[in-house]
Design a protein around this ligand. Sequence first.
Ligand SMILES: [Zn+2]
Ligand SMILES: [Zn+2]
Length: 376
Amino acid sequence: MKVKSAVLTESGATSPYVESLPIKIETLDLDPPGEGEVLVNIKAASLCHSDLSVVNGTRPRPTPMALGHEASGVVDKVGEGVHNFVPGDKVVCVFVPSCGNCLSCREGRPALCEVGGKANNDGTLLNGNICLHKNGKDIYHHLGVSAFSDYVVVNKNSLVKVNNDIPFDKLALFGCAVITGVGAVTNTADIKFGSTVAIVGLGGVGLSALMGAIAAGASHIIAIDINDEKLKYAKKLGATDTFNSKDKKVIDEVLKASIGGVDYAFETAGAIAAMEVAYGITKRGGSTVTTGLPNPEQFFSFPYVTLTAEEKSIKGSYVGSCVPQRDIPRFIDLYGQNKLPVDELHTDTISLKEINEGFDKLENGEALRIVIDLSK
Ligand SMILES: [Zn+2]
Ligand SMILES: [Zn+2]
């Protein structure tokens, strides 16, 4: 079938994207769903920094690539061997498909699926297939989803079924920002009730982590960013203190305000400067947790002795260490109880053709989550 998709022709574009136009809206050929695959009518898809990292070249990926991974939609058709979905099912997309058979999957850690990770790096679906073509040439998939498109074919393990009347534009955010941020707090760090928390980097993931920390009973929540507007959002969501990290003394100030540092510092910006702040404000015996995805050639250094003498730890968190089939439904339940106010992350709605402008806004920190309404 013919589909309309947002295709990145080449990585490494310079901003403003509204001038360099790295993403084009193209009509592509989409193969029907094969064995274990599902055709989904995408209803809403949001712009994430992981898309932006492919656009600007921070995360190297093969091109041309159909972008997008944070999305929701409705099952249109299922391929052979798919028994857990039927047409009409409401679904949220997951950006790491899991094979169920590798060591990580068998250990109950699908976010670390080796087969899914390789497929994502290669720009294919889980089984190595490429379903998108233009004039007979393959178009690579982004994170097994390629959601900036009216229809997609994905592996069944890239989907979680939802039995809830949550609107599609809000549901989309659960597939990346919410599971990454809330999961980092509740799964990776598994914070204690009454503990002290800091969030460094207040994009969709950082503010989701903040909501998770509040829901999990953190007593003191310090929000840190270089953008004052984002600090205002954090305050509105319940941060107890905010600090602008452009201030060179930010570490000393946070140490003073937190009386020696926080139990858990979450770094979500994927920037070395943010990691230095997060580690610097982690108290003796505390943990620094990062969800950042910097360029693979970047290295972060820290005073070696502090790991032992201060018993500090550094932990990575991918997909919020989530089991999406378990965690997305429970996070949606918490949203329904107003304990995760995800609506606050959704600042803008655009049409597919406005995507380059959307990425400018995201890069400039002028928006939190920008959702593409695929019905437009
Ligand atoms: Zn994402
Ligand atoms: Zn696996």
